[in-house]
Design a protein. Structure first.
Length: 403
């Protein structure tokens, strides 16, 4: 297949949201590049910089059409350069009707996703470090004077995207908005909370943490427990996996952006949040989860009970490739699973406990160690039943201790 044919098929896959074809085309090219074959070292960057007839790169094409799985796949192949292209305003006039068709827009993939109201794609682009810093001058039009992402979503009345930016990106922005747009705050907002990591929290608060590999079922179990204990548990639960560093600060491994390492997470920010939430509740209990939740000793010491959900490597790949078909097998084999074992090996090697077959006295002895390992290969209902039983008995024991 000629390079021109590959290019055509790549753009077609990006437009149609065909992650399987995209992977089939990119994987052999990536392997050649990793082997540093002659003439291949710059092949992928060249492809990622290509433009179609509309002036779009692959990333623009995926963002325009709202294909977040394609965005995720491209990011895994380290193409995330967020290229910029100038387009005639008439291309976008259906989304933002204006009379002057000669206006040009500095159009990043994120802008395209916002304009076309693709919330999930916006989240994906932001997760991988898309350009949030386009400023007031990117439009030569007085009707939209200060068009940062938040302003643009407000102007278009895309409420869900606006709410997402305000709720989830506030730590990335200064509070002061000037004519240059919203500038990135170099300090994490959690660091100014007035609490230190070593500060003591309420002794009456019970913190239960759930950990396991990607797609092990920990998040499903956490949500099931939240629903089961509604009214008795602090809402919302804390997700360690949501405390990502900025894209440019994340480590790399084998050419991939490595989001599977503890170094990719804002550990201190999560500690502060855990402490703050513990101090807010009295007599209730708190849930938190994350695939690396038990890997930091200080975080682990804050958890009253640790529940580890264990699955095999093959089950993990099967679930991951089904849930997120944009994940290359190479990324899974070289990064996801090795990093999981590197960080969670002591827990992964622990013996699974058949919770539903044990007596209360047998389970009490296991709970005395503060950690229990559940079989994530079981059905969702069985995992839920096991999780509820563990929590019920643990909370009952804690209540007895207090009285």
């Amino acid at each position: 297949m000629s390079l021109e044919d590959v290019e055509h098929k790549l753009f077609s896959a990006a437009q149609m949201g065909d992650t399987a074809t995209l992977n089939q085309l990119l994987e052999p090219l990536y392997e050649k590049q990793q082997q540093q074959s002659e003439g291949s070292s710059l092949l992928l960057p060249q492809l990622f910089a290509k433009r179609n007839e509309q002036g779009h790169s692959l990333l623009h094409t995926a963002s325009l059409n709202g294909h977040h799985h394609i965005v995720d796949t491209l990011a895994r192949y380290d193409c995330f350069v967020d290229p910029v292209v100038f387009l005639p305003w008439s291309v976008l006039s259906k989304q933002i009707p204006l009379t002057n068709e000669n206006i040009t827009i500095k159009c990043t993939p994120l802008v395209l996703a916002i304009i076309n109201n693709h919330l999930t794609t916006v989240k994906c682009l932001v997760q991988y470090g898309s350009n949030l810093h386009f400023n007031t001058n990117f439009l030569n039009n007085e009707e939209i004077p200060h068009s940062t992402p938040i302003h643009l979503s407000k102007q278009l009345k895309h409420t869900k995207i606006e709410e997402y930016f305000e709720a989830h990106l506030k730590t990335l922005f200064d509070k002061t908005i000037d004519k240059g747009g919203i500038s990135v705050n170099s300090n994490n907002s959690h660091n100014n909370s007035g609490s230190s990591v070593g500060e003591s929290s309420s002794q009456k608060t019970i913190s239960i943490g759930l950990c396991g590999s990607t797609c092990s079922g920990k998040s499903t179990l956490t949500r099931a427990l939240m629903k089961y204990y509604q009214g008795s548990v602090r809402e919302p639960y804390l997700r360690f996996d949501s405390y990502w560093k900025k894209f440019e600060e994340m480590p790399r491994k084998f050419g991939f952006v490595n989001g599977e390492s503890i170094e990719a997470l804002r550990v201190n920010d999560f500690k502060q949040s855990l402490i703050q939430e513990r101090n807010k509740i009295d007599g209730h209990f708190q849930l938190s989860e994350g695939f690396l939740l038990f890997c930091d000793p200080e975080i682990s010491s804050m958890l009253s009970l640790k529940i580890f959900v264990k699955i095999s490597q093959e089950t993990c790949w099967k679930r991951r490739s089904t849930r997120n078909p944009g994940t290359p097998r190479r990324y899974f084999d070289l990064v996801i699973w090795p990093e999981y074992i590197n960080h969670c090996k002591p827990f992964h090697e622990m013996e699974i406990v058949d919770i539903l077959s044990l007596s209360d006295s047998q389970l009490e002895k296991i709970l005395a160690n503060g950690i229990v390992v559940l079989d994530g290969e079981k059905s969702e209902q069985k995992i839920k039943e096991a999780g509820v039983r563990v929590n019920e008995l643990f909370l009952r024991l804690k209540k007895t201790e207090r009285t």
